[in-house]
Write a protein that binds this ligand. Structure first.
Ligand SMILES: [Fe+2]
Ligand SMILES: [Fe+2]
Length: 217
């Protein structure tokens, strides 16, 4: 459904649309996106069993992060005051779906499962996103900028923690990191407000909890 039509729907229809998007995000793999899978044509050196376990944990965390990104953007879109901001949030969620597709493909290659708590990550993030959207469009954009910067720094750390032999995961995370930094830059240019430090610290804390939990669950 084109994003521009959403304003003509009743609140019930919009909530049903959100419910459907949430269920799809948590239970299905998104369809292949326009850009190629970054790991295409890249061979891995042999990974040992402990390395495989470790990479699966890292990729499960990144998959959970992308599930949360869907929830955040869709929640922000739902309560955005300006239609243009709402549509931009919905389009951003569609672009992040590409990352979700890549992470899930890599998890499947590793024979690993996605986070069992994806529903918690999605709907918890959706609620936080809806609150951020209700706080006003400039603060909501500030929230996007801060989130994307934090994700970019997080991906940098994961790139350091990947086994040297894992060229496939590295290609995926490098492509994602470049995108997240561009998303942060776009939000800044769209008029993002600086968030208060306690909000930034709370965001860091929530992402730490998710990172630690999704590595195993
Ligand atoms: Fe992403
Ligand atoms: Fe992003």
């Amino acid at each position: 459904m084109p994003a521009t039509n959403l304003r003509h729907l009743s609140l019930t229809d919009r909530l049903l649309d959100e419910l459907q998007h949430g269920l799809k995000t948590c239970h299905l793999r998104p369809p292949a996106a326009p850009r190629a899978y970054p790991a295409d044509g890249i061979d891995d050196d042999e990974l040992s069993a402990p390395e495989r376990y470790h990479v699966a944990g890292l990729m499960r965390v990144n998959n959970a992060g992308e599930v949360a990104a869907q929830g955040l953007y869709r929640g922000q879109a739902l309560t955005a005051r300006d239609d243009r901001v709402g549509n931009a949030m919905r389009e951003a969620a569609a672009e992040e779906n590409e990352h979700l597709h890549w992470c899930q493909r890599r998890l499947e290659e590793l024979g690993a499962h996605r986070s069992l708590l994806d529903g918690v990550w999605y709907w918890g993030s959706f609620a936080i996103g809806a609150l951020a959207g209700a706080a006003g469009d400039r603060l909501s954009l500030g929230f996007v900028e801060e989130t994307e910067q934090q994700v970019g720094r997080h991906l940098e750390k994961h790139l350091e923690r990947l086994p040297h032999e894992d060229h496939r995961s590295r290609a995926i995370l490098e492509a994602m990191r470049a995108d997240e930094l561009r998303h942060a830059e776009n939000a800044a240019q769209a008029g993002a407000a600086e968030l208060p430090q306690p909000v930034k610290s709370a965001m860091t804390l929530v992402s730490k909890i998710m990172t630690l939990t999704a590595y195993r669950l």
